[in-house]
Design a protein around this ligand. Structure first.
Ligand code: IMP
Length: 204
């Protein structure tokens, strides 16, 4: 009945858990394991590749059916950067909050002077589910489109959420409630597609 979500990011765990709850599978994060498995190097150049390598490595190391996700921000004016380097765009040092703040500041600097019509961007999420023998059970993706704002707004979410402006509602992603974000986010879409796969599988 248990699936390991290969993350220690509490925000990602909460977002995914909420969507997979109706499948009957219990989603646990890395922090709930008695011993931390070795962390694989995320050295692929695509979100799909990194999600796959994490799912397989953690499933083999823990003997759990394992769900991994890799996500990030693609900015059109930066030719798709920061992409798979989103988490460590400005620096790999400091707490999660410090890195998020530095990343947002760097992104705003890189885009200074870029007009609104050229500030298109999207969050992308790739998910992969793997079995303890290393076989891949399913792979799903999701995208979350917006524009990069001129300044951060909102206190919800994490990462670049305060900078992803959603023109249809006039709010940033960090100004949405968790439910509203899940309903339209990249991770929400990938997790809902994964939930449809899980509903066809017997709980493991
Ligand atoms: P990962 O944890 O290595 O997959 O890094 C993903 C990075 O992409 C995060 O640290 C954030 O900077 C960014 N990111 C991914 N998903 C989101 C989201 O839902 N909101 C804001 N930032 C996100």
């Amino acid at each position: 009945m248990r699936i390991l979500l290969a993350t220690s990011n509490p925000n990602k765990l909460r977002e995914v858990r909420e969507i997979l709850a109706p499948t009957g599978f219990e989603v646990v994060g890395l922090d709930s394991l008695p011993e931390q498995p070795p962390e694989p190097a995320e050295d692929e150049t695509t979100f799909e590749g990194n999600a796959r390598l994490k799912a397989v490595a953690y499933a083999r190391a823990t003997n759990y059916r394992c769900l991994a996700e890799d996500s990030g921000l693609e900015v059109d004016a930066l030719d798709g950067a920061p992409g798979v380097y989103s988490a460590r765009y400005a620096s790999a040092e400091g707490s999660r909050e410090q890195r998020d703040r530095a990343n947002n500041e760097k992104l705003l600097q890189e885009l200074s002077g870029v007009p609104p019509e050229e500030r298109g961007a999207r969050f992308v999420c790739a998910m992969c589910l793997a079995d303890p023998d290393g076989s891949i059970v399913a792979e799903t993706q999701g995208r979350y489109e917006g524009l990069i704002a001129d300044a951060p707004r909102g206190d919800n979410g994490f990462g670049y959420d305060p900078l992803l402006y959603l023109p249809d509602v006039g709010l940033t992603s960090a100004e949405l409630s968790p439910e509203e974000k899940n309903a339209r986010s990249h991770r929400g879409a990938a997790a809902r597609a994964m939930a449809r796969v899980l509903e066809r599988l017997a709980p493991h």
